[in-house]
Design a protein around this ligand. Structure first.
Ligand code: 5RP
Length: 310
């Protein structure tokens, strides 16, 4: 393998243990202001030092990540559809190689939609991206995106992962499933598992543990970290499995300990302003804007993210 390519892959999958903890914050590229990721800068800042790499779009990288960071960037270069459009599988490459190099990307990421209407387009785009990226030693991570009609079983995911690897993807991101070992065994490149929709913290830690045990090199987790009530505690707990070989009980114990530590700190550091020092402005002086003046954006104004955000 060429030095540059090998070096970039080694910044994402750590060579000492062949493991990777990626933090995914690219959801806005088709979901818009995803719940709890409305302000990416605020979300990313406390988590950045706890992940091995950050998966994001160029817009979020430019606006919401300090250029002084040493965390490698895995740049999403595909897009073109939104959750309220006709077909999420209709994606193209939207970022040039020159732009990716300017942004000092350590890898490029794009989705392929195997079994969907735009399967051909996205798979050919992957092949073309690998051709271009190879000129500069840039690795390509293929995301095996799953449309709402497609299953997430080992048979389908093995097919999608293998197709991605055959086109030259250096890393494949997919979902955890029953018989996950089969997906890993039939894919000749490293597999990283997506977190998927928010589930209870212990379950997300179990998923992480199972994925590693099944042969994944790590996770590329988003919602189960930053939609947690305690994102830093959660990423540290996930990290303890990926890099520290914790089991689920140990990781969950760590999550709870760090979460309760945070609560204690909040209690002891701040005087309770509402009760003692100030009149409760929310109750008496101001109308409750959340209840009466504004629509509840999360519940009513957003498209149903469940359909396709997997
Ligand atoms: C969307 C993506 C996301 O990065 C991916 O789904 C990981 O995030 P999450 O853990 O929230 O599923 O690639 O296509």
């Amino acid at each position: 393998m060429e030095w540059g390519l090998e070096n970039r892959i080694a910044s994402i999958i750590k060579p000492n243990n062949n493991r990777a903890l990626m933090l995914a914050v690219d959801h806005g590229y088709f979901l818009g202001p995803t719940e709890k990721l409305e302000n990416p800068k605020k979300v990313i800042a406390p988590l950045l030092k706890h992940c091995d790499s950050l998966m994001l779009t160029r817009g979020v990288q430019r606006t919401s990540v300090s250029a002084t960071t040493s965390t490698p960037m895995v740049l999403r270069v595909s897009g073109g559809s939104s959750i309220i459009g006709d077909d999420l599988s209709q994606e193209d490459i939207t970022v040039s190689i020159e732009e990716a190099l300017r942004l000092n990307a350590s890898a490029l990421a794009m989705s392929i939609f195997v079994g969907s209407k735009y399967e051909y387009q996205t798979i050919v785009n992957l092949g073309k991206l690998v051709n271009e990226a190879a000129k500069y030693g840039l690795p390509v991570l293929a995301v095996t995106a799953v449309g709402k009609e497609l299953g997430k079983d080992a048979r389908y995911l093995s097919l999608a992962c293998r197709v991605a690897a055959e086109q030259g993807a250096h890393i494949v991101k997919t979902y955890y499933c029953e018989n996950f070992e089969k997906v890993v065994q039939s894919c000749p490149v490293p597999i990283i598992v997506a977190g998927g929709k928010k589930i209870p913290e212990r379950d997300a830690l179990q998923l992480t543990f199972n994925a590693i045990k099944g042969g994944a090199v790590g996770v590329d987790m988003g919602r189960n970290i930053w939609q947690s009530d305690n994102p830093v505690a959660m990423i540290k707990a996930v990290r303890s499995i990926v890099h520290g070989n914790s089991n689920v009980d140990q990781a969950f114990k760590l999550y709870k300990k760090l979460s309760s530590g945070k609560k204690q700190k909040n209690k002891s550091n701040k005087p309770n302003q509402n009760k003692s020092n100030k009149p409760n402005q929310n109750k008496s002086n101001k109308p409750n804007q959340n209840k009466s003046n504004k629509p509840n954006q999360n519940k009513s104004n957003k498209p149903n993210q469940n359909k396709s955000s997997n």
